[in-house]
Structures are given as C-alpha cells and as structure tokens.
Design a protein around this ligand. Structure first.
Ligand code: MF3
Ligand code: CO
Length: 254
C-alpha cells in the first residue's frame, strides 16, 4: 500500500481523533504520581478513551494486552501495565496511547517525571520532546520524509544521546500503522516526498546512553541494552500546504 492522502472529510475525523487523544494524555499526565501502579494508568486511560465513545487501538493489537503502553526508566516502549509495577519518586514514565474515532486512528506518547527527578533525566525528556519539534520543521509539502529523520537525529546527537533504530514512526489513518515507516535516525536516501493530506505519527525514542535495545521475555517490553534511561515523544501530524498541523496537541499546550 502506498502512502494515503486523506480527504477533507477524513482530515476532520483525524483531527477529532487527535484532539480527544490530546485530552486523554493531558488527564493521564495530571494523574501521574508516586505509588500508582502501571495498571492504574492503563485502567484510567481505557476509561477515558471509552468515555469519549472511542476505542483503544493498542488493545489486542498483535496480542498486546492493554490500552496504554507504560514504560519506566530503561524501558523504551511497549511496557505492559501491571498491578505489581509501582511508580517511584525519581522515575521517568513514558505513556504511549492511541484511539479510534469513527474509524480513524490517533497515536501519541509523552514521558513524565514521577515526583522529583535528576537534572539529567529532565534534560533527556526535554531534548526528546524538542527533537520532535526540530523534525517537524521539515514536515512541509515538497520536502522529503527523511529531512525529518535527519533533523531529529542531528538534534539528539549533539547531546550524545542514542536514537533508537529498531523502532520507527509510521503513517496513520484507517489503520494504526500505514506506510511510510519514519526512522528517527540519519538516512542516506531521501524518502517519499511529503504532500498535503498525509498523516504521520512521528515518534523519537531517545536513550541517554547507546541506541541499542533488547526485547524482554514478555515479547513486548523494549529496554535499553546498556540500562540507560529512555524517553519517548510522539504526535500524529497532518501535512498541509503550509505549516504542519499537530493533531494530538491541545491548542497552546505541549
Ligand atoms: N505507539 C506505538 C506504535 O506506534 C504503540 C503501538 S504498540 C501496541 O507502534 F501494540 F501497543 F499497540
Ligand atoms: Co506510533
């Protein structure tokens, strides 16, 4: 399947899917506190998503057993919620969530501090978020996809961080994962040409140490090989005639 171009009608639905997910994330972010289990976060997230009349798209995706991916510290992505995993003061926690509204998917991730965290951890979270914004400066009609990848990578490298290579961003629409794949690290080719109506989930995953990752025995949880901290930041983005529109951010918020 080629990269899909969404119609006006589809864009309106993607916008609503994105706006609702932004609200879900805002509420989840406010709920984060030491003592909470990762299952509590999943329960709250699923309840919020269903409360908007939407469906959690991660639930049962390739057998994934929850609605929200909750990944702590050296866990990069796809942590499985559990009543036994308790957030501790000083942790960083990545929440990846997605939903379906009227047949259209949205997908976004944020990393939050749990109580007081180290300066180094806070810097990692901030740089990971900023790398997304550096990337989408190039998310313009007529540019090439890997202009985005290269910008994300260059920004992260200056801090000595490792940008994860084994997982990538993706097109999104009537499926959670559509073409194209969107690497967050430097590419030699230029990738597809960006056109208005493309909707892309751009999602840098950035490690404080090396870029290498491993999969745990549960078949899902991705961890840094060197045990260093990892952060994740993702939004669903619409390519327009002008500046990109970030569908999963509330106006005036991050
Ligand atoms: N945001 C992730 C992605 O885009 C989460 C999906 S993994 C799932 O791939 F299995 F939990 F759905
Ligand atoms: Co995604």
């Amino acid at each position: 399947m080629a990269v899909t171009i969404k119609s006006k009608r589809e864009i309106a639905l993607m916008r609503e899917a994105g706006r609702i997910l932004a609200e879900v994330h805002a509420k989840l972010g406010k709920a984060i506190e030491p003592g909470m289990s990762t299952l509590d976060i999943d329960r709250l997230g699923e309840e919020l998503i269903r409360g908007y009349g939407c469906v959690p798209n991660f639930l049962n995706y390739n057998g994934y057993p929850a609605s929200i991916c909750v990944s702590i510290n050296d866990e990069v992505v796809h942590g499985i919620p559990s009543a036994k995993r308790i957030l501790q003061e000083g942790d960083i926690v990545s929440l990846d969530a997605g939903l379906i509204y009227e047949g259209y998917h949205s997908d976004a991730a944020r990393t939050y501090p749990v109580g007081q965290i180290s300066r180094e951890a806070a810097n990692l979270i901030k740089a990971t978020r900023q790398s997304f914004f550096e990337g989408i400066r190039y998310a313009l009609s007529g540019n090439y996809l890997y202009n985005i990848s290269n910008a994300i990578d260059s920004y992260c490298r200056q801090f000595g961080y490792g940008v994860v290579r084994d997982l990538v961003g993706h097109g999104i629409g009537t499926s959670l994962h559509e073409e194209p794949q969107i690497p967050n690290f430097r590419q030699w080719r230029r990738g597809v040409r960006l056109k208005p109506g493309m909707t892309l989930a751009i999602e840098p995953m950035v490690n404080m140490g090396g870029y290498k990752v491993d999969w745990l025995e549960d078949g899902w949880t991705v961890v840094t090989r060197d045990g260093s901290l990892s952060a994740h930041y993702e939004n669903t983005v619409l390519i327009t005639e002008g500046k990109p529109e970030i569908l999963t951010l509330l106006p005036g918020k991050a």
